[in-house]
Design a protein around this ligand. Structure first.
Ligand code: BYC
Length: 324
């Protein structure tokens, strides 16, 4: 009886907490780190936010490959600033994810073990300077559409990180578009390079939004908890609609013969996406997965002394503060 009463009481507390969480979600209040939240909500966010943070940091690699080969000092300065921004985005997101009770070490170790994912797109190589244009225009362009929607996500720290990130992303998208526009006005070889980059980056970019809604296992909970404000397919359609027009302006053709305006839907219809390729790439078998992870691991290990020094400094400062 004693035990039963206790359980009833515990159940009641649990129900009340769940009710107050759900009411906050219904009112469009943000959920903050010290608020009680269902375990599933916390786990869902830890998975998505760390995937997002890892994407920002791994995404520095294909672009970093071109810093020493940028065609002008201006282009090099812009590229450096952009890559530095991506590192900063990773830091905002790791810090925001830490508020959910996971440490940065644990996130990095999940990345290294393959338990945590990062965006499919960063497993493709940046072969020419036009690829830097395509990454800025298409990859950042797709990321912005997703991130503008995430500005209204229900978890406060994630939402606020997105607001800061979006301000920087629009500059990234423009720098990529500018490179592509310039190349399309250049020599025949430069135009060919731009077309080749467009052809290679288009399909992986539209895969960035994730599987179709009917095949997306996490969308149900994400929409219920207002983590996602728009579905994968809605965001993909938004990106395609605006990018088709931008491509036309600079004389590039989207490599999809099925692409057609659908008056009834108010969106472009597109051809079938190769999901076998998508799952192969996110499963570790893309063209650059091994290289990306080996590089991350090496730099992480090389940087161990920096973390140790920072930790020793923190301990020393904490001791000094205690004696004040
Ligand atoms: N890549 O049920 P679903 C940047 C996985 S960086 C890899 O739809 P969800 C930049 C998904 O994780 C910013 N995996 O999942 C940086 C799940 O597998 P698990 C990039 C993907 O979470 C440098 C399974 O497929 N943006 O801008 O509801 C230079 C089923 O999917 C992907 C982000 O990281 C993918 N594309 O929705 C330039 C966005 N898609 O976890 C630029 C943050 C799906 O069960 N993430 N999967 O093993 C999100 O918004 C959401 O997680 C997604 C997927 C829309 C991607």
């Amino acid at each position: 009886m004693e035990l039963l009463e206790k359980t009833d009481k515990t159940d009641k507390i649990h129900d009340d907490l769940l009710k107050s969480f759900e009411e906050k979600i219904d009112r469009d209040d943000t959920i903050e780190p010290k608020d009680r939240m269902p375990d599933g909500y916390r786990k869902h966010l830890i998975r998505q936010m760390q995937q997002h943070a890892h994407s920002e940091v791994i995404g520095m690699q294909p672009e970093g490959n071109w810093i020493t080969r940028a065609p002008s000092l201006r282009a090099k300065q812009i590229l450096l600033a952009k890559i530095q921004d991506e590192g900063g985005h990773g830091l905002y997101l790791y810090s925001a994810a830490e508020t959910l009770g996971i440490s940065r070490d644990e996130m990095i170790s999940q990345l290294h073990s393959g338990k945590a994912k990062y965006s499919n797109i960063f497993n493709y190589p940046a072969l020419t300077w036009a690829d830097i244009g395509a990454i800025g225009w298409l990859v950042d362009g797709a990321a912005i559409v997703n991130q503008v929607s995430l500005q209204r996500t229900s978890y406060g720290p994630y939402s606020r990180a997105m607001v800061r990130i979006c301000k920087e992303e629009s500059f990234h998208q423009r720098q990529g578009y500018e490179i592509m526009a310039k190349m399309m006005k250049g020599t025949k070889d430069q135009q060919e390079m731009a077309r080749d980059a467009m052809n290679r980056w288009w399909w992986p970019s539209i895969m960035m939004f994730g599987p179709h809604d009917t095949e997306s296992p996490h969308t149900g909970d994400a929409v219920k908890w207002k983590i996602k404000r728009h579905s994968n397919d809605d965001l993909r359609a938004k990106f395609i609609d605006k990018t088709v027009q931008q491509a036309e302006v600079i004389g590039l053709t989207i490599p999809d013969s099925d692409l057609k305006w659908n008056e009834a839907r108010g969106h472009y219809d597109h051809g079938p996406i190769d999901w076998t390729e998508f799952f192969r790439v996110i499963g570790g078998q893309g063209p650059c997965n091994k290289q990306r992870m080996a590089h991350h691991l090496k730099v992480h290990n090389d940087g161990a002394w920096v973390r140790e020094a920072a930790e020793a400094y923190r301990e020393k400062r904490d001791k000094q503060l205690l004696h004040l």
